[in-house]
Design a protein around this ligand. Structure first.
Ligand code: NAD
Length: 505
C-alpha cells in the first residue's frame, strides 16, 4: 500500500514567529555567548521553522550559577505562593491551548488534536503539583528509650538539571518543572534540540504566571553533551531528572556518580501487549490503536511487541489492520489528519530498516510497509504478522507506526494454562521494564499476569497508562524513580530528621 499524504494547510511560522528563540537565563531572554543559532525543522515539510540560540559551556555555566544563586530565596518562599504560581500557569496554558498545540505540531509533527490533548495532559501536571505543594508532610516520633524527639521534615534537594526528549515537548517539561516548583527547587532545563520551541513558549507562560527570575533557566543547544557535562561536573547541581533514551541515561548515571547526585531516569521501553485467548477482541483492538499509535508510535509507552494467542490471532489481526489502514496520514496541522510525520528523516530510515529486517526474517506485511514520497518524514501505519523473535524490532524501540504481531499459545487449545507462562517468559525477556498491557476477561488471569510482568506499570484491558495522578516510571533499564502521583514530588525533596533531647522530669 502506498499512503497518500495530506498537504500543509497553512503557514505554521505565524504562531512560531511569536516564540522567543533566545536562552532564558535569570528572567531575561539572551542570545548565546557565541551568537550561534541552530535550525528547528517542521517534519511535515522539511522547512526551517525557526533559528534558536545555540548554547555552549559558557552559557550553561551561567544558567546553572543563576539557578544556584536563587536556590535559598526560592526555597524560603511559602508553599502556597509556589502552589498559586502553578495554578496560574495551568490556567494560562489552558487559555492558550490552540497556540501551544500549533507550535508543538509544527516542530514535532503530531496531529493538532493530539497536540491539544498533550497540552491538557501537560498542564494537568501543574494543577496536580499545585495541590501537592501545600501537602509536603513530615512526622514526628520518640526514640525507643524516650530520650529524644525525632522530627522528620522535607527540604528541596537544591538546584536541578532537567533534560527532556522531543516526543512530548510540553508534558515531559511540566512533569519535571511542576514538582520542582512545588518542592522549592531552582532549575536549569535543556529541551531536546529537535523541539525547543514549545519549552520556550512554556517559559514565557511561567513568567506570566509569576515565577520569579532565576528559578527556571532554559538553555537550548545543538550540543547536548557539552552543555550537560558542564552541569554534571559543576558541583552546583544536586539532582538530575532525565527523560530520554536508556543509552544517554546510563551515561548521565555515570556522570552523576561524580558528585553523588540524586537521579530520576525515565528511559526507554519495549512494551509487551498481550492479547489472551479470552480477551474482548474489539476492546483489545482499541487498546492497541491507542498504545501503538499515540504520538505516531513515538512514545516510550508504545506497544512494541504484540503477543496474540493463536486461537484469536486472525480475528484480531484483521480487525486491527482494518483500523490501521483507515487512518489518514498527513501534515498534523491539516484538518482530520490522524497520523503525522516522524520527527526526522533518520527516524524514517530506522523504521524502514526494522520492517525490512522483520520481513527478511519471515514476517508478513498486512498493511503499510512502504514509504510515501516526500516532502516530509512520513511512514504509513503498518501491521506485520508472524514476526519472529529474532527480528531486530523485538529488541529495540520501533518508535514508529509499526505493529509487530507475534503469535503464542496453541491455536487448538485456548484454555491451556501453559500459554500464560509462555507469554510471560516472552514478555519479560528484555532488559527494559517500563509498561506492559494485557487483555483478558478472566480477573484471576489478569491479577496473575500483571503481578508477574517485570514492568513499572501495567495497563489491564486499557492501552492508556499516562496520567498526572499516577506514578509513572519503569524498572530494569527503563529507569529509576517516578514522575507524577503522590510520589512525584518526593523526587525533589530530601528527608531530614532533627533530634532534640526530651527533658527528664
Ligand atoms: P535522547 O536520549 O536522544 O535525548 C533525550 C535528551 O537527552 C535530549 O534533550 C537530548 O538533547 C539529550 N541528550 C542527548 N545526548 C546527550 C548527552 N550525551 N548528554 C546529555 N544529554 C544528552 O532521547 P530522544 O530521542 O529525545 O527521546 C526518545 C527516547 O526517550 C526514547 O528512548 C523514549 O523511550 C524515551 N522516553 C522515555 C519516557 C519515559 O517517561 N520513560 C518518556 C518519553 C521518552
Amino acid at each position: 500500500m502506498t499512503a497518500s499524504v495530506t498537504a500543509t494547510p497553512h503557514s505554521a511560522p505565524d504562531v512560531v514567529s511569536r516564540v522567543s528563540t533566545d536562552l532564558f537565563i535569570d528572567g531575561t531572554w539572551t542570545p548565546a555567548a557565541s551568537g550561534q543559532r541552530f535550525d528547528v525543522v517542521n517534519p511535515a515539510t522539511g522547512d526551517v521553522l525557526a533559528r534558536v540560540a545555540d548554547a555552549d559551556a559558557t552559557d550553561a555555566r551561567r544558567a546553572l550559577e543563576t539557578a544556584a544563586a536563587h536556590q535559598a530565596d526560592w526555597a524560603a518562599t511559602s508553599p502556597r505562593h509556589r502552589s498559586e504560581i502553578l495554578y496560574r500557569a495551568h490556567q494560562l496554558i489552558m487559555a492558550r491551548v490552540d497556540e501551544i498545540a500549533a507550535v508543538m505540531t509544527a516542530e514535532m509533527g503530531k496531529p493538532l488534536a493530539e497536540a491539544k490533548g498533550e497540552v491538557a495532559y501537560g498542564a494537568e501536571f501543574f494543577r496536580w503539583f499545585a495541590e501537592e505543594a501545600v501537602r509536603i508532610g513530615g512526622d514526628s516520633t520518640t526514640t525507643g528509650d524516650g530520650s529524644h524527639r525525632i522530627v522528620v521534615t522535607r527540604q528541596p534537594v537544591g538546584p536541578c538539571i532537567l533534560i527532556t526528549p522531543w516526543n512530548f515537548p510540553l508534558a515531559m517539561g511540566t512533569r519535571k518543572i511542576g514538582p520542582a516548583v512545588a518542592a522549592g527547587c531552582t532549575m536549569v532545563l535543556k529541551p531536546a534540540e529537535l523541539t525547543p520551541l514549545t519549552t520556550l513558549l512554556l517559559a514565557d507562560i511561567l513568567v506570566e504566571a509569576g515565577l520569579p527570575s532565576g528559578v527556571l533557566n532554559v538553555v537550548t543547544t545543538s550540543d547536548p553533551s557539552t552543555v550537560v557535562t558542564e552541569w554534571m561536573e559543576s558541583g552546583l547541581a544536586r539532582k538530575i531528572s532525565f527523560t530520554g533514551s536508556t543509552e544517554v541515561g546510563k551515561l548521565l548515571l555515570r556522570q552523576a556518580a561524580g558528585t553523588v547526585m540524586r537521579t530520576s531516569m525515565e528511559l526507554g521501553g519495549n512494551a509487551p501487549f498481550i492479547v489472551c485467548a479470552d480477551a474482548d477482541i474489539s476492546r483489545a483492538v482499541d487498546g492497541l490503536m491507542f498504545a501503538k499509535m499515540r504520538n505516531i508510535g513515538q512514545a516510550c509507552t508504545a506497544a512494541n511487541r504484540v503477543f496474540v494467542h493463536r486461537s484469536v490471532i486472525d480475528e484480531f489481526t484483521d480487525a486491527f489492520a482494518a483500523k490501521m489502514s483507515a487512518l489518514r496520514v498527513g501534515d498534523g496541522a491539516a484538518e482530520g489528519v490522524q497520523v503525522g510525520p516522524l520527527v526526522e528523516s533518520r527516524a524514517v530510515e530506522k523504521v524502514s530498516a526494522l520492517v525490512s529486517d522483520a520481513v527478511a526474517k519471515g514476517a508478513s506485511v498486512v498493511c503499510g510497509g512502504e514509504n510515501p514520497a516526500g516532502p516530509g518524514f512520513f511512514y504509513p501505519p503498518t501491521v506485520l504478522t508472524d514476526v519472529g523473535l529474532d527480528a531486530d524490532l523485538t529488541r529495540t524501540e520501533i518508535f514508529g507506526p509499526v505493529a509487530a504481531i507475534i503469535p503464542f499459545g496453541d491455536a487448538d487449545d485456548p484454555g491451556d494454562p501453559a500459554a500464560d507462562d509462555e507469554v510471560l517468559a516472552l514478555a519479560n525477556d528484555t532488559p527494559w521494564g517500563l509498561v506492559g498491557y494485557l487483555f483478558s476477561q478472566d480477573v484471576d488471569r489478569c491479577a496473575r499476569l500483571s503481578a508477574a510482568l517485570e514492568t513499572g506499570m501495567v495497563g489491564v484491558n486499557t492501552g492508556a497508562v499516562s496520567n498526572p495522578a499516577a506514578p509513572f516510571g519503569g524498572v530494569k533499564e527503563s529507569g529509576l524513580g517516578r514522575e507524577g502521583g503522590r510520589v512525584g514530588i518526593e523526587e525533589f525533596l530530601d528527608v531530614k530528621y532533627t533530634a532534640t533531647p526530651i527533658p527528664r522530669r
